[in-house]
Design a protein around this ligand. Structure first.
Ligand SMILES: Cc1cc2nc3c(=O)[nH]c(=O)nc-3n(C[C@H](O)[C@H](O)[C@H](O)COP(=O)(O)OP(=O)(O)OC[C@H]3O[C@@H](n4cnc5c(N)ncnc54)[C@H](O)[C@@H]3O)c2cc1C
Length: 555
């Protein structure tokens, strides 16, 4: 029997509470206020509170925030460090070479270091103060279309209180239908609703594949006596060790307030080695003398992991459909050359708001009317930035030193380089089989993890604050579990057990050699690496019960 559900109606619904949608909602309220109009705006977020699924570097270019809220400092925007002074290193296993020259796009003059989690919490407060109805703890699990049509008319939030076997628990609450004239998808990387929108409306057709990087990040409290605290340097970036030059990725360390540093390591998910483990790469980076000396005597306060979109300009989907728009990382708007997406996400949210204001005013929310947003993006500095970086991620994915020649050529030709567009391969298809793998990538010695500064995955997971209702249906859909222990094991040694940074996937083996994949869905950090990297595309990530997941507060 069809469940009776509450339906709520709004003018505009923002799905996801990251910088893109928060900026969009704030800008829309401001525009409505300036025009003397009433507008009903709702924003939902699957995290328990706004900001608690937000993890980033983050060096924020305030260009868009200044447009959104010129008085952001007076309004208490939580800036960790106001000035960015960069150093850029090539790392060998024990040594370092400081780059004498860094290209302009790597400079962070005028940018601020923030904790994205704190920043989004603050933006959420600003949105609420303007009258946006902010509902954290609600996951969008289904897109609602007009009957027999393609127009998006809202979304359904997930039911709460369903047990593992699909039965109602005593605390059962059916999901709510949130209806809106315009729905804005700002789900961040690899949106689960966006995947469904893609299947129905083909928004990814004719575009390069969506590709991603995975990062593990920590906030570490270091001793006041650490020379790094007294130094002028606030930003370190590195490439080289432990991945070498054949696998894309690198590390970052940013100074924060209160003797804290943000430390992270990013791995391009087009990597080939089935035995590579991004978490181990993070540990190896952390143990490199450049980093180990800075963090010596410190203590990890919080850990987490998240993906970021790396496809850029050529991977951007169609941005407007009947009744809906797509913003920020969901639309692959991160500038991979600058490792920055907060400013582009913010600006895209604002341009979406401007488009929506006009569309709602004229009572026309068709794809054509909302398509003005595509033009606004094309006319803005977002397009300029992303177009200049359109082949950068592909160049970085090349092997060896040759990539620097390609990058140099792109630098001199406004992003064109030798081939334009350079092709992009799906992350799920890049793994070599175990028999074809080349030399191993240096991995950290896991023997001397101390549970304080150097953590195993489960201790790190504990410090992410991740919790889920245990008695709920598994949110990881694996249609063919047998594949995991047959072909996937034989060819790749079940890489999900390594690429997942939270030990969601474990391979168990009986004394007689029978293997089985054990799932720990409650560990999930919502990074979605599993759906992206699984070589058989045998994993689909769906939203667990709203409110579950990490509880980030300072990353
Ligand atoms: C390790 C790392 C380092 C980075 N460093 C930098 C940096 O230094 N500078 C910079 O500018 N950028 C950086 N970025 C990128 C930056 O964080 C993103 O570009 C930016 O956060 C994108 O904003 P967004 O709003 O599009 O998406 P997100 O910030 O991902 O927000 C999306 C939100 O939607 C929620 N959501 C998803 N699906 C649903 C659903 N179905 N229902 C309800 N809620 C949902 C999520 O929980 C999340 O809170 C970094 C990213 C990472 C991972």
């Amino acid at each position: 029997m069809e469940e009776t559900r509450e339906a709520l109606e709004f003018d505009v619904l923002f799905v996801g509470g990251g910088p893109a949608n928060l900026a969009g909602a704030i800008h829309l309220m401001n525009l409505a206020q300036q025009a003397g109009k009433e507008i009903e705006v709702c924003l939902i977020e699957k995290a328990e509170s706004i900001g608690s699924h937000s993890l980033s570097g983050a060096i924020m270019d305030p260009v868009a925030l200044k447009e959104l809220m010129p008085d952001f400092l007076d309004k208490g925007c939580p800036i960790e460090v106001a000035d960015c002074r960069d150093e850029f290193y090539y790392l060998t296993p024990t040594g370092k070479i400081k780059m004498p020259y860094t290209p302009g796009y790597m400079h962070n003059d005028g940018c601020h270091i923030v904790s994205l989690s704190k920043y989004c919490t603050w933006l959420g407060e600003q949105a609420e103060a303007l009258g946006v109805m902010v509902f954290p703890g609600f996951a969008g699990t289904e897109i609602l279309f007009e009957p027999d049509g393609d127009r998006v008319i809202g979304i359904r939030t997930g039911d709460k209180g369903i047990d593992k076997d699909g039965n109602k628990r005593p605390n059962f609450e059916p999901g709510v239908d949130l209806m809106a004239k315009v729905t804005v998808f700002g789900e961040g990387p690899k949106g689960s609703l966006l995947r469904e929108l893609g299947k129905k409306l083909g928004i990814f057709e004719g575009k390069m594949p969506q590709v991603f990087e995975t990062a593990v990040k920590e906030v570490i409290e270091i001793p006041e006596s650490s020379p790094f605290i007294a130094s002028n340097t606030t930003v370190l970036h590195s490439f080289g060790f432990p991945l070498g030059l054949d696998t894309k990725g690198g590390g970052f360390l940013y100074k924060m307030k209160d003797n804290r540093v943000a430390l992270g390591f990013v791995v391009g998910l087009e990597y080939e080695d089935p035995l590579l483990e991004p978490y181990q790469a993070f540990l190896s980076f952390k143990k490199h003398p450049l980093i180990a000396d800075i963090i010596k005597g410190g203590k990890v306060l919080q850990q987490g992991a998240k993906t970021l979109p790396a496809g850029g300009f050529y991977s951007m989907p169609r941005l407007a459909v009947d009744g809906a728009l797509i913003v920020g990382d969901s639309a692959s708007m991160l500038n991979i050359q600058r490792l920055k997406g907060v400013h582009t996400a913010t600006k895209s949210g604002m341009l979406a708001a401007e488009t929506i204001m006009a569309a709602v005013d004229s009572d026309n929310v068709s794809a054509e009317s909302l398509g003005v947003y595509e033009q606004k993006i094309a006319d803005s500095w977002i397009k300029k930035e992303l177009f200049a970086a359109r082949n950068f991620g592909q160049a970085l994915s090349q092997k060896g030193f040759g990539k620097f020649i390609t990058i140099g050529a792109q630098y001199l030709s406004g992003g064109r380089g030798f081939t334009d567009p350079m092709p992009i391969e799906e992350d799920s298809s890049s793994l070599k089989t175990i028999s074809d793998r080349s030399a191993p990538i240096a991995s950290a010695d896991t023997q001397d993890l101390d549970g304080k500064l150097y953590l195993d995955k489960l201790t790190g997971l504990y410090l992410s604050g991740t919790t889920h209702e245990e008695n709920q249906p598994c949110h990881l859909i694996i249609p063919d579990p047998n594949l995991c222990i047959t072909d996937c094991y034989d060819n790749y040694r079940s890489p999900c057990t390594r690429f997942c940074p939270a030990q969601v996937y474990e391979l168990e083996e009986d004394p007689d050699g029978t293997k089985r994949l054990k799932l720990n869905p409650s560990n999930c950090l919502h990074c979605k690496t599993c759906e992206i990297k699984d070589p058989y595309k045998n994993i689909t990530w769906t939203c667990p019960e709203g409110g579950g997941g990490p509880k980030y507060s300072i990353v």
